[in-house]
Design a binder for this molecule. Structure first.
Ligand SMILES: Nc1ncnc2c1ncn2[C@@H]1O[C@H](COP(=O)(O)OP(=O)(O)OP(=O)(O)O)[C@@H](O)[C@H]1O
Length: 299
């Protein structure tokens, strides 16, 4: 298991009058090498949860286990520096944290800080750029002369340059155009499938992650409302509304097709293409009540 939480609660300003409990009694298991989506209404505790994953926050109650490190409430923490290298946290708008005069210097900063030689740091930097689909020619550029999409990818590459086992991203596609969003999710999926990294993404756009996520975690007012596979989520999609979230279009379409043709137990088809393919393969589907004429809108 990459991350395990047992009975974890987190309270901000715990010993003050302004104490605010953001997470209550969370039990969570996130397997190594999986792609995980985290969703929940605003203020439900998503960012607080992410910060427990690399020890920025320590649980007020319960136990957080990440890789081989265990952090228990009320006990002295183990050394967290190695954990910070192995769990890369990408905040919202990470490009705002770029500060060096060239992309290369920015990307080398972390690895050099963790004791790598300049040559090793440069090597890591080149690999991270390639993993993010960026031309190595951009290394000499000033980060602030990159396009918005390139800057976002370079900022994520600066976390990848640390070679983390787990990459945690808070709304990585925010403000990107639709093509850049799809491309970025595709690149993150490759980090998971081809390199075995655990990728955890907080998203308000469940539609774009649904076809790729192995697991989903839903939070509601600081409590865990759901954890399970996309298939389990598709079977219980009303939970999304109970969490104050809109049911994504792809799940609505899948549910209509699955109900009509008795496919509820099947792996959900959550891209327009895979759903259209399924409908085309169903005998008499085009004439089916409620589906005829809808096919165009799937494509
Ligand atoms: N530094 C803080 N001090 C006190 N309370 C906080 C602090 N940060 C967050 N909170 C509170 O903790 C709760 C959870 O906040 P959190 O930022 O984790 O939610 P979120 O799901 O990430 O929200 P959003 O989607 O709006 O980013 C909220 O009630 C919030 O007001």
């Amino acid at each position: 298991m990459a991350i395990q939480l047992q009975q974890v609660s987190y309270t901000y300003a715990d010993r003050s009058l302004w104490r605010q409990t953001a997470l209550h009694g969370i039990n969570l298991n996130l397997p190594s090498g999986s792609m995980v989506g985290i969703a929940g209404a605003t203020g439900s505790g998503k960012s607080t949860l992410l910060q427990l994953f690399n020890g920025i926050l320590k649980p007020t109650e319960g136990t957080v286990s990440v890789l081989d490190v265990t952090i228990r409430a009320g006990e002295k923490s183990p050394k967290l520096l190695p954990l910070r290298r192995r769990v890369g946290l990408v905040f919202q708008f990470p490009e705002q944290q770029m500060f060096e005069e060239t992309v290369e210097k920015d990307l080398c900063f972390g690895p050099l800080n963790f004791g790598l030689s300049l040559e090793e740091a440069k090597e890591r930097t080149r690999k991270a750029m390639t993993d993010m689909g960026l031309d190595l020619g951009l290394l000499e550029r000033n980060p602030f002369r990159l396009s918005g999409g390139q800057m976002r990818k370079a900022a994520i590459a600066s976390v990848l340059a640390m070679d983390p086992d787990i990459v945690v991203l808070d709304e990585p596609t925010a403000t990107l155009d639709p093509i850049s969003r799809a491309e970025l999710i595709g690149l993150l999926e490759r980090l998971c499938r081809e390199q075995g990294r655990t990728i955890i993404i907080v998203t308000h756009r469940m539609d774009e992650l649904l076809p790729y996520a192995d697991r989903w975690v839903l939070l509601k007012e600081g409590e865990l409302a759901f954890q399970g596979s996309s298939q389990e989520l598709a079977a219980d999609s009303d939970i999304l509304e109970r969490c104050g979230l809109t049911v994504p279009q792809s799940l609505r379409y899948w549910r209509a097709v699955a109900d009509r043709f008795g496919l509820a137990g099947e792996k959900p088809r959550l891209t327009a293409g895979s759903l259209a393919e399924l409908i085309a393969s169903l005998p008499g589907a085009a004439e089916g009540p409620g589906l005829a004429g809808k096919r165009d809108s799937y494509e």
